[in-house]
Design a protein around this ligand. Structure first.
Ligand SMILES: [Fe+2]
Length: 385
């Protein structure tokens, strides 16, 4: 999770004169969240970050809701989302509520002619297929299969992909993404029982100051609209920064599973949380070792939360015939459980190589038109023997 980090050159004292070799001042910027009450960083720019040259017409990227209310177990075939050259156009919201939007994306091309800023949502981008570099003013983060990129709201970024075959699972959170409170001590440090620690967090490196004037297009998302701004200076003109507000990454492959003699409940898989939802990682692990244990999960009534599972890789013990990139949505209000036959089949198994991301939102999710287009309509009958 964010710990104090600094890159580049900063003055000895904050809010004091910090001059370029030519004697002019660098421009200090406080990037603060939740007013002045939460994480922040102090950034030093070659130029003020305020030089707007043009403001284009905003356009809507609001999800188009196809099914606002429903009570049906649903499955989406995520890899049926068509690849698109442009990163922003490739992002297809599928499951949304007022706390988070879940999108799928298969972008082919790196972002080269514009920058993007989500001004009101933290973004968690899970890299299912592909690799590349997240580029920001704070520095760069190399990413690969299995990484969760966590990009706090307000961060201007570009994604540079190594090739055209990319599959992303994206969560936009309208509240800060954090490690669960129970993993942290009173100072915020991740504790010994946490399934990951600060050493597993990838922080930005290789700060490169791009001191350029010109026309720089920044597409800024706010309240479902994209505002096309043209700024007169390159957004990656940071000469240095310090603080706690910056992008970071964590690999699902570094999540250390917690196992037990009998079936462990989903909270042991929790990785992050936002307001009204949690993100969990199901990773390869030893199965339960009580002599009479049943490794497959029990039937479950999630009385007041929805459950979203995004299948990444491996064999799923609770369900056969799932495919990579498939999403299941088990809405609160009706029980769900392992597929017929999978309980008996799981007995005696010692290991699972399943890999999945789970999201449990506490408010019901709506399905978008893009979701309905990739729906497996018969999934709700899949428990019929
Ligand atoms: Fe469940």
């Amino acid at each position: 999770m964010p710990v104090y980090h600094t890159l580049g050159t900063i003055p000895h004292k904050r809010h004091t004169q910090f001059r370029k070799p030519d004697g002019t001042l660098y421009a200090e910027e406080l990037v603060s969240t939740e007013g002045f009450s939460s994480l922040y960083s102090l950034v030093y720019h070659a130029y003020p970050p305020t030089i707007v040259k043009e403001l284009g017409e905003p356009y809507s990227v609001e999800p188009k809701i196809a099914r606002e209310k429903h009570l049906k177990h649903t499955s989406l075939i995520g890899f049926n989302i068509k690849p698109e050259d442009d990163y922003l156009k490739s992002r297809k919201p599928v499951l949304v509520n007022s706390d988070l939007h879940i999108s799928l994306a298969a972008p082919r091309k790196s972002m080269t002619d514009y920058f993007y800023k989500n001004s009101q949502a933290d973004e968690v981008i899970f890299i299912h297929v592909g690799s590349g570099t997240l580029k920001t003013g704070f520095g760069k983060i190399k990413f690969e299969y299995g990484d969760y990129l966590v990009i706090p709201r307000g961060t201007i970024y570009q994604l540079e992909f190594d090739n055209e075959d990319n599959r992303l699972f994206i969560v936009e959170s309208f509240s800060p993404i954090r490690a669960p409170k129970r993993y942290r001590n009173e100072y915020g440090q991740l504790m010994e029982h946490s399934p990951y620690c600060e050493r597993d967090i990838k922080r930005p490196t290789d700060l490169e100051t791009i001191d350029q004037k010109g026309d720089f297009k920044i597409l800024i998302k706010k309240q479902g609209l994209i505002y096309p701004y043209t700024y007169g200076t390159h957004p990656f003109d940071f000469v240095g920064w310090d603080g706690f507000h910056y992008p970071w990454a964590f690999s699902i492959h570094d999540f250390e599973p917690i196992t037990g003699r009998v079936h462990q409940p989903p909270p042991v898989h929790q990785t992050f949380e936002g307001h009204n939802f949690v993100i969990c990682s199901f990773v390869p692990r030893k199965f339960d070792y009580h002599p009479l244990s049943i490794p497959a999960p029990y039937n479950h009534s999630n009385v007041d939360s929805d459950e979203v599972l995004y299948y990444v890789d491996g064999d799923f013990m609770s369900r056969k015939s799932v495919v990579k990139g498939q999403i299941t949505l088990h809405p609160g209000g009706i029980p769900h459980g392992p597929a017929p036959g999978s309980v008996e089949k799981s007995i005696g198994k010692e290991f699972t190589d399943e890999l999945a991301v789970m999201i449990d939102p506490f408010r019901p999710l709506m399905l978008t038109e893009d979701a309905v287009n990739i729906e497996d309509g018969n999934y709700y009958k899949s428990w019929v023997i």
